[in-house]
Design a protein around this ligand. Structure first.
Ligand SMILES: C[S@@+](CC[C@H](N)C(=O)[O-])C[C@H]1O[C@@H](n2cnc3c(N)ncnc32)[C@H](O)[C@@H]1O
Length: 310
């Protein structure tokens, strides 16, 4: 299977509220898009609705297009989800989904270089035609920049030591494979911490290569503008860096922003600077049931947050 969708029923229940245009910004294998289409069909809302599936990975576009080819109301677009506004021009959007991170297909397809358990050249690009790859991050970034990436995106305590050892090693020959990178990381941490350190280092480099957090911030801003009143945005995140961005953005947008103006005779006056744009529908994030985690271990860190445009 290309990818087992996470929090599927919970997401669809919040997201699909009526006839309209839906954007699945992270199409992957098309699991969520398929369920959106099936639900629209079941409720008799399919006629006049449109589901736009966006992904920057050509494998995803191909797999999902094949899977969903029977639906006339589905369109797959190869693009970054930060560009979603361009692909829904002049549309009133009813629902937007972002199911962040990478798909099982991307991890399992060893050659893509996302996994430290699989031997491959250093790549990690979601978009196979992008210029920046893990190879450049590991071989061309300065030691200080590399340490910063590992610290900021992996929260790796040994970031400086790992960056130093990488910089030392590459003076003799470039670091070309996932195994070479993993072997350097392993020299920096005790045996029992190696797997976690490898996960953090690979996550950090992947986030840098794909500008994942920058993409998320832009997509959230655009989504809120694009949604019609009553339209919903659902975001599934898989680690604390992503979840913090979603949580803070939703909180900020769901509160009025007040400031002070110099009123008459210089007496400060409380004035509204910006009115809230969304209502939070999930006070606490929704997490997968024990059963879902048992059946799909990749769901274990998932958190779903949903908001509605005012
Ligand atoms: C977790 S998977 C989505 C799985 C999908 N919901 C399903 O049910 O099959 C995430 C997908 O989003 C894509 N992706 C991640 N960040 C992206 C971005 N900024 N722009 C476009 N696609 C992105 C990845 O290439 C990957 O295919």
């Amino acid at each position: 299977m290309y990818h087992q969708p996470v929090l599927l029923d919970e997401t669809i229940e919040y997201l699909v509220t009526g006839k309209g245009t839906y954007i699945d910004g992270t199409l992957g294998g098309g699991g969520h898009s398929e369920k959106i289409l099936e639900t629209l069909e079941k409720k008799n809302w399919l006629e006049g609705s449109l589901v736009i599936g966006i992904d920057r990975d050509s494998d995803a576009i191909e797999a999902a297009s094949q899977r969903l080819k029977k639906y006339k109301n589905f369109r797959a677009v190869r693009a970054k989800f930060s560009e979603l506004t361009e692909h829904a021009k002049e549309k009133e959007v009813t629902g937007i989904l972002l199911d962040l991170g990478i798909s099982s297909h991307q991890i399992d397809e060893g050659a893509r270089g996302f996994s430290f358990q699989k031997s491959a050249t250093l790549d990690m690009r979601m978009n196979q035609s992008q210029a920046l790859s893990a190879y450049q991050v590991v071989n061309d970034y300065s030691e200080a920049d590399l340490a910063m990436v590992l610290w900021k995106y992996g929260e790796e305590k040994k970031s400086r030591l790992i960056a130093k050892r990488i910089a030392e090693r590459r003076t003799t020959k470039p670091i070309e494979t996932t195994e070479e990178l993993a072997s350097i990381v392993k020299t920096c941490v005790p045996h029992h911490e190696q797997v976690k350190a490898l996960a953090r280092v690979f996550q950090a480099i992947r986030i840098e290569v794909n500008d994942e957090l920058g993409e998320l911030k832009k997509a959230l801003e655009h989504s809120v503008k694009l949604l019609q009143a009553g339209g919903r945005i659902a975001v599934i995140s898989y680690h604390s860096l992503e979840d913090r961005i979603v949580k803070d953005f939703f909180r900020e947008q769901s509160e009025d922003d007040w400031g002070f103006d110099r009123g008459l005779k210089g007496v400060p006056l409380k004035v509204p600077l910006r009115s809230r744009t969304i209502k939070l529908l999930t006070k606490k994030p929704i997490q997968p049931s024990e059963k879902e985690i048992e059946e799909n271990s990749r769901a274990r860190s998932a958190k779903l947050r949903v908001a509605e445009k005012l």
